[in-house]
Design a binder for this molecule. Structure first.
Ligand SMILES: *Cc1c(COP(=O)(O)O)cnc(C)c1O
Length: 468
C-alpha cells in the first residue's frame, strides 16, 4: 500500500511516511493509491470481531506490514483501553430504524478521541522506532485540541502546540485544553475564527523549510491516519445493527465540519461496506450543504452557532472527495484548487453534480431547530443529545426515507456543550472528569492571527524540546 497526493506530485510513500508528512508536500492531501476492497465473505467474518480486533483488521490493510502485527495490536489496545465503554463505540437504539453510534466514551468526551488516541500512540511508536522528532502543530474548533493534547501528553519526545479561536470554543473545551500543565504543551488562543487558525497552520505546513526545520507534524484530519481510524466505527456500527435487524444497506447521518468524519464513511463505502445514504449534517455554516445542492463550493460568512465544533467554512478534507469525484485525476484537482484560490469558489459540472447527489444527501440545521431537536428527543426518549449530534438527528429526520435504517453519529457528550443544553432548559449532571476541570488553573497565551507572531512562539516552544 502506497500513498499519493491528490495533486499528483507525491507518490510511492509508505504508511509511516504518510503519517509523518500530514499535508502532502505539494499542498495536496494524501490518499491511498488504491482503496482496498473487502469481499462479502470477509465482511461476514469481520462482523464477529471486537472493536479492537476489527480495528486491527481494517488498519492492517493500510499499514501493510510496516508495523509488525504484535506492535500494531499493542498500539490499538493501548489506544482504546482509555475508553470508558468496553465496546469503545457502542450503538444505541433510539427507536425503530433510528440508531445512535456513541463516539464520545474516550478521555475528552468527543469522537476525536477515537482517532487521536491512535495517532498519539502511532507518533510515540514512530518516535521510539525511528528517533524522529515529533512536534505537533494543529488548529482546533475545540474538540481536536483537547483530544490531541490528551493523546500525546506525557509521551516522551513529543511536543504539541494547539491554536484555538479565543472565546469561540465551549467552556469545557477550553478547560480541557488549557488546564493541562505540562511543558510539552502550548495553547495559543488566536483572536479570530477556526478558519484563521486552519489557514495559518496550512501556510506553515506549506513552508517546507520551516516544516522540516521544526519537524512539524499534523494532527488535523488532513492526516490520513485519522480518517483511517474513523472508518473502523462505520464497519462496527453496521455489524451491530445487522445483528438485530435484517438490512441490505445502512444510512449514516454525520455531523460535519471539516468533512473528515463523513469522508471516513465514504471510504468505508468504497471498501465494500453496504452503506446507503451518507447524510451530511451541517449547522448554519453550510458550505457543504450548498455544494451538494448546487455544485458550488464557496465559503459564506462565518457564523457562531450552538455547535461550535462544526463552525467551519473551508472543509480541509473536501479535497479528498474532490479527487474521487474527478476520477482520481490529480491534474484536474490541482486546477480546481487553483481556481478556488484565485476566484474563491469551485463549480462542478452537471454530470459531476449528479455524482455528488448520488454520494451524499445534505441538510443544514438552524439554531432553533438544533435546540428543538434536543428538547424533543429528550422529552420523547429521555436521551440527551449534544448540539452536534442534534444536527445529525435533525438531518436524519429530513433525509432518511421511511423504511430506511439510519445510524446517526453521536459525536460528543452533552456535558461538553452545556451552554446549548441550558438554552433548552435542561439541567444535566456532569461526569466527574468534567466537573473537576472547573477548579484548575489555565495555561494559554492570547495572540493575533498573524503568522509572524505565531512563528516566534512556535520557535521558542519547539526549540526548547530539541535539547532533550
Ligand atoms: C470535529 C467535530 C465534528 C465535525 O467533524 P469533521 O470531521 O470536522 O467533519 C462534529 N461534531 C463534533 C462534536 C466534533 O468535535
Amino acid at each position: 500500500m502506497k500513498y499519493i497526493s491528490t495533486r499528483g506530485d507525491v507518490s510511492g510513500i509508505g504508511f509511516i511516511d504518510a503519517v509523518l508528512m500530514g499535508l502532502a508536500t505539494d499542498g495536496g492531501l494524501l490518499v491511498p493509491e488504491k482503496i482496498p476492497h473487502i469481499p462479502a465473505e470477509k465482511l461476514q467474518a469481520m462482523s464477529k470481531l471486537t472493536y479492537q480486533e476489527l480495528a486491527y483488521e481494517i488498519i492492517s490493510y493500510y499499514v501493510d506490514g510496516e508495523i509488525p502485527q504484535n506492535e500494531l495490536q499493542e498500539i490499538i489496545e493501548k489506544s482504546y483501553g482509555t475508553f470508558r465503554n468496553s465496546e469503545v463505540t457502542p450503538v444505541h437504539k433510539v427507536k425503530d430504524n433510528m440508531y445512535l453510534l456513541e463516539l464520545f466514551h474516550g478521555p475528552t468526551f468527543a469522537f476525536k478521541d477515537v482517532a487521536l488516541q491512535l495517532l498519539g500512540n502511532l507518533y510515540s511508536y514512530i518516535a521510539k522506532k525511528t528517533g524522529v522528532t515529533i512536534n505537533i502543530l494543529g488548529a482546533t474548533s475545540g474538540d481536536t485540541g483537547a483530544s490531541a493534547i490528551e493523546g500525546v501528553r506525557g509521551k516522551e519526545g513529543i511536543r504539541i502546540c494547539i491554536l484555538h479561536p479565543h472565546g469561540k470554543v465551549s467552556k469545557v473545551q477550553e478547560l480541557q485544553m488549557t488546564t493541562v500543565h505540562d511543558e510539552s504543551v502550548l495553547n495559543l488562543a488566536i483572536k479570530g475564527t477556526f478558519d484563521d487558525g486552519q489557514r495559518i497552520i496550512k501556510e506553515l505546513f506549506a513552508d517546507l523549510e520551516f516544516k522540516n526545520k521544526y519537524h512539524l507534524r499534523a494532527i488535523n484530519s488532513i492526516n490520513f491516519a485519522r480518517i483511517l481510524a474513523q472508518t473502523v466505527y462505520y464497519f462496527y456500527a453496521y455489524f451491530q445493527v445487522a445483528k438485530e435487524k435484517d438490512i441490505n444497506s445502512l444510512n449514516f447521518s454525520v455531523p460535519t465540519g471539516n468533512f473528515g468524519d463523513i469522508f471516513a464513511g465514504f471510504l468505508a463505502k468504497r471498501m465494500g461496506l453496504p452503506v446507503g445514504k451518507l447524510i451530511v449534517a451541517t449547522n448554519e455554516n453550510n458550505i457543504l450543504e450548498r455544494f451538494i445542492k448546487d455544485g458550488v463550493y464557496q465559503p459564506g460568512e462565518f457564523r457562531s452557532t450552538y455547535s461550535p465544533s462544526m463552525d467551519i467554512q473551508v472543509a480541509s478534507n473536501f479535497e479528498r472527495y474532490l479527487y474521487y469525484l474527478l476520477d482520481e485525476n490529480a491534474g484536474a484537482v490541482t486546477a480546481l484548487m487553483d481556481q478556488f484560490k484565485s476566484e474563491g469558489k469551485i463549480v462542478v459540472n452537471e454530470e459531476q453534480l449528479r455524482q455528488v447527489k448520488a454520494d451524499f444527501a445534505a441538510y443544514s440545521v438552524e439554531g432553533e431547530e438544533c435546540l428543538q431537536t434536543i428538547s424533543k428527543c429528550y422529552a420523547e426518549t429521555n436521551y440527551l443529545l449534544d448540539p452536534h449530534t442534534s444536527c445529525g438527528v435533525a438531518a436524519y429526520e429530513t433525509c432518511n426515507d421511511p423504511g430506511e435504517v439510519c445510524v446517526t453519529l453521536a459525536t460528543a457528550h452533552p456535558a461538553k456543550f452545556n451552554e446549548s443544553i441550558e438554552r433548552c432548559n435542561i439541567e444535566q449532571p456532569f461526569p466527574e472528569q468534567i466537573s473537576q476541570l472547573f477548579d484548575k488553573p489555565q495555561y494559554l497565551e492570547v495572540v493575533e492571527p498573524v503568522n509572524d507572531e505565531i512563528v516566534r512562539k512556535l520557535e521558542k516552544h519547539f526549540s526548547s524540546g530539541q535539547t532533550k
